[in-house]
Design a protein around this ligand. Sequence first.
Ligand code: DP6
Length: 320
Amino acid sequence: MPSFARAHTNLALVKYWGKEDEALRLPSAPSLSVTLDAFYTDTRLSKADTNEFVLDGKKVAGPEADRVFSYLSRLFSLFSLPKEGLLVESRNFVPKSAGFASSASAFCALAAAFAEEFGLDLTRKELSIAARLGSGSASRSVYGGFAEWKEGGTGESFAFPLDENPSMGISVLFLSFGGGEKEISSTEGMRRSKFSPFFPVWRQECRKACGEAESAIKAGDFEKLGEVAEKNACQMHALALSCGFSYLSGLSLEALRLAQNLRKGSVPCYWSCDAGKNAALLCQKGDAGRVKQAVREAMGAGARLFEAGPGKGVEAWREV
Ligand code: DP6
């Protein structure tokens, strides 16, 4: 009988950017994120004679399918299970064509569907460890709301929930500037960034930022959390630039200026940006209308807007 899982993506407010061990995906520093309600992956997993990966209704071969099946083969070994053929059918409710990444929701849903299909009865900590092996950021998508993933010197590195039902009314507005796929994957960008002379400083800054973000979340202090997130995103992109590459475009930086100008006008709004040029603006729910209007006035049709709020943790079930 097939198993199903739904996992939401997350936006890192303190970024995971650098690994101590690439094969185990052990992060060099802690990270902290908010799981998003609007974007998710649904995965159906069933036993089959041969491996097959169907994404958004189309059979997929090549590197994307290879990554899925080498991950699943790793899960079989991790849980000492005999290998079997699997049919993986995933649907991404993530605007991928708008340049948004889905590896966090994709690998979290895959891990959860696998655990369900093989009756593994994992704790969420164990599920987070399994999801991490597919894509580091997937470890945090196990939980709803705010989650943190501590750095770990051993194989036991997992994310844990900080506040799964945030009372802080937070809105995340994603600005998509169009264009093709990014040239440098996160995995490759992290690899290069480790050669930066600033990498040790980056690690320290992430540790400090996580502590500050934790306190801000506990205190319900949106402005402090936003400040920490914007500073950390700027530092990640500065780190990349220090290694001679950048994900940012002129529009990404225009979005940063927009957030700063909104703050001058007393609208608390903060910028973030992952390994791509698209930007995210964080604001309080009640200010989302004003921020959207400001984006439209400043960027017009140059930016497509998507809105999300805090979302739920992963869910999985099995057909009986
Ligand atoms: C900038 O989780 O995609 O979004 O572990 O190599 O698959 P791999 O990396 P991935 O990297 C995410 C990078 C980021 C920051 C973050 O989500 O913390």
